[in-house]
Ligand binder design. Structure first.
Ligand SMILES: Cc1cc2nc3c(=O)[nH]c(=O)nc-3n(C[C@H](O)[C@H](O)[C@H](O)COP(=O)(O)O)c2cc1C
Length: 486
């Protein structure tokens, strides 16, 4: 395990060398970047795309899309060997996550982020090429592949997570953080005391740092410590001169400022991770930017949410799955063999757990525990429990188990009044208006019934390891673009 790059620039150099980076220039920000992002999400195993030379902007300013486009790029990002097999890669994640020791960031006095500094009247975010990501968005969003950095005013604990950030004007950035999210909890604490909330944001980092922000970690665990632990090397940060918040020293673009209680601007709508404009547009707090930092020729990281699975889901599904597996096993539940948070459910709406059945009621216990995990608790919809001969990462396999091993009358538990949020497109207009954020969950037990599992008809097909080996040996026979030995 070796994360072999220090920052986004080194990451790009590697993927360019392996042929997984394409370049383009002169693309339109109003519509074309967004439609290209949508196209890239629909392509399996597509390259990352680095764009430059946007009309009206400095030539060197860049925008990166699709950094999780191939399984090999994901493996490289997390420090694993160039892996192309989903299950093998998932195994690396499951093993690695068990060994993480949190490592706090290291404060440094300088770093590439300080190559360009603007404060006060010099602050001008309109100099960065920022696209409108989806046709009906309320404006350009500078923060998609971003981290919003806040501090708990009581404990001092720092949080860093991606929350969509609308570029309102050259000194003002929106800050839409959902209830339950940790940055939102920090902001609420300041606002409840009538105090401004200090905020820093970065809009471009290496994909590992970004993924740390996306990980559903428990409250109080700082994402920088977690990423440092994953790397085995602390994240280097500078101390923001306005807020004192830690800002990654190798980030591409960063801002600092304050969000004030009672001060809001109309935010949204913005294409969301469910594939809808569900939460709409409303008045939301924003950040009054007091300082901007950026590297020379900065590269904005673009990870716009859209109908899943989109780019972030492709990488995040491994991490969320490993977190789910870890949470279930840490509860002392035996017999968990695999877990998968499908990217097509935004890594939370559809969660599958594989088990080696241990006892009466085991499969139900696992299903209910999975729905309460941090990855699926908020806004989740369906949890499926399957036997360990099912490949949890393969939707065909999972649905085969549902269709042949479950009996709808007895295999589905419905949990009413579970937690959801404004992003849920199925909230009725009445519930949305009344802010009744409940949904229900289906927990589908698609395992062979425990008491007669030994008499369950024998499957025709072979086990997972055998099938994978067959694919390795003979898969090329059925790929149109390959010849034996290729
Ligand atoms: C591209 C992207 C955009 C996101 N946008 C938002 C958002 O606008 N608001 C929000 O609350 N969460 C958003 N999320 C989800 C959170 O970043 C994610 O759930 C994170 O783990 C929350 O961390 P926290 O619990 O430390 O706040 C987004 C995630 C991604 C990957």
């Amino acid at each position: 395990m070796n994360v072999a790059y220090k920052d986004l620039r080194e990451w790009l150099a590697h993927v360019e060398e392996t042929g997984e980076l394409r370049r383009a220039k002169g693309i339109g920000l109003e519509e074309d970047v967004g439609r290209i992002a949508e196209l890239s999400a629909s392509i399996d195993q597509g390259p990352a795309l680095l764009m430059h030379e946007f009309s009206g902007y400095q030539k060197g300013h860049g925008l990166l899309l699709n950094p999780f486009g191939t399984t090999r790029m994901i493996a490289f990002t997390f420090g694993f060997p160039p892996e192309t097999d989903r299950l093998n890669l998932l195994r690396h994640f499951n093993n690695r996550i068990e060994k993480i020791d949190l490592l706090p960031p290291r404060f440094v006095d300088s770093g590439p982020i300080l190559e360009n500094v603007a404060t006060g009247d010099e602050v001008d975010l309109s100099k960065f090429p920022v696209p409108k990501w989806h046709k009906d968005d309320g404006g350009p969003y500078i923060g998609t592949g971003c981290l919003v950095i806040t501090r708990d005013p009581d404990s001092g604990c720092v949080n860093a997570a991606p929350y969509r950030s609308q570029l309102h004007d050259k000194k003002t950035v929106g800050f839409y953080s959902l209830p339950g999210h940790h940055g939102r909890a920090h902001r609420d604490k300041y606002f409840d005391r009538g105090e401004p909330c200090p905020v820093a944001m970065i809009f471009g980092s290496d994909p590992l740092l970004f993924t740390g922000g996306m990980a559903e970690l428990p409250y109080g665990v700082c994402e920088f410590d977690w990423v440092g632990g994953w790397r085995g090397e602390p994240v280097e940060v500078i101390k923001g001169q306005v807020t004192g918040l830690p800002i990654p020293a190798a980030a591409e673009i960063a801002i600092e400022g304050f969000s004030y209680p009672g001060k809001t601007r109309y935010e949204g709508p913005f294409g969301e991770f469910t594939g809808y404009y569900a939460s709409g547009a409303h008045d939301e707090p924003f950040v009054e930017v007091e300082a901007v930092y950026h590297r020379n020729d900065p590269i904005l990281l673009g990870i716009p949410p859209m109908k899943p699975p989109y780019d972030a889901d492709k990488g995040r599904q491994y991490l969320q799955s490993a977190i789910l597996m870890q949470q279930l096993t840490k509860q002392g539940i035996r017999g968990i063999t695999s877990a998968w948070c499908f990217g097509l459910g935004g890594c939370r709406l559809l969660v599958v757990v594989g088990i080696d059945q241990q006892s009466f009621g085991h499969s139900r216990q696992v299903g209910h525990a999975a729905y309460t995990s941090t990855v699926a608790n908020m806004g989740g919809k369906v949890v499926i429990v399957v036997d360990d001969d099912i490949d949890v990462t393969d939707l065909n396999d999972v649905m085969w188990a549902v269709l042949t091993r479950s009996d709808p009358a007895t295999s589905i538990d419905i949990v009413p009044r579970a937690a959801t949020w404004a992003l849920d497109p199925r909230l009725s207009p009445e519930d949305r208006t009344a802010r009744r954020f409940f949904n229900s969950r289906a927990i589908i037990d698609a395992t062979k019934p425990y008491e007669w599992r030994d008499q369950f008809p024998k499957p025709v097909r072979t086990d997972i390891a055998y099938r994978r080996e067959t694919e390795r040996l003979f898969g090329h026979l059925f790929r149109l673009d390959s010849r034996p030995g290729k």
